[in-house]
Write a protein that binds this ligand. Structure first.
Ligand code: NI
Length: 156
């Protein structure tokens, strides 16, 4: 297990368009595992490769304990409905904002074995998938939210 440094907003790397993963090999799987460790360590529910400085089209999402999605070269092939929810981002610490996202999405992607998978996500899982997908095109949720605000920690 290895933790990677999370790239923070303001770094131009987060604004680049990522390139597809050419081959899902052990090196890619090792990076994905590091991304999961880094995400869990930071108490996040998703992390995209550019957030650890890798300009590749892949991300990990885990909105439920014991459920991890490894999403490589994703394509959103269907969207349905709309929902508004609060989002944050490990690259924009201590801020939050409301973003409108599809209620349901269907994603075609490769899994960690390089096999094609179809992911059907709704509610918060759809939000997380869309948020991470945007990272691959250099888009941050703060570009879409109108009410980005600092999270005020309550002092004891
Ligand atoms: Ni993010």
């Amino acid at each position: 297990m290895a933790l990677r440094n999370i790239v923070l907003e303001g770094d131009p790397i987060l604004r680049k368009k990522c390139r597809p993963v050419e081959k899902v090999d052990d090196k890619i799987r090792m990076i994905l595992d590091d991304m999961v460790d880094t995400m869990h360590d930071a108490s996040g529910v998703g992390l995209a490769a550019p957030q650890i400085g890798m300009l590749r089209r892949m991300f990990v999402v885990s909105t439920e304990p014991d459920e991890i999605y490894y999403v490589i070269n994703p394509e959103i092939i269907e969207t349905e409905g709309e929902q508004e929810g609060e989002e944050g981002c490990l690259s924009v610490p201590n801020y939050s904002g409301t973003v409108s996202r599809p209620q349901r999405i269907k994603i075609k992607a490769l899994d960690r074995n390089g096999e094609e998978q179809i992911i059907e996500a709704e509610d918060f899982l759809a939000v997380a998938m869309c948020h991470e997908y945007d990272h691959l095109d250099g888009i941050l949720y703060i570009d879409k939210a109108e009410d980005v605000h600092e999270i005020v920690m309550e002092e004891e």
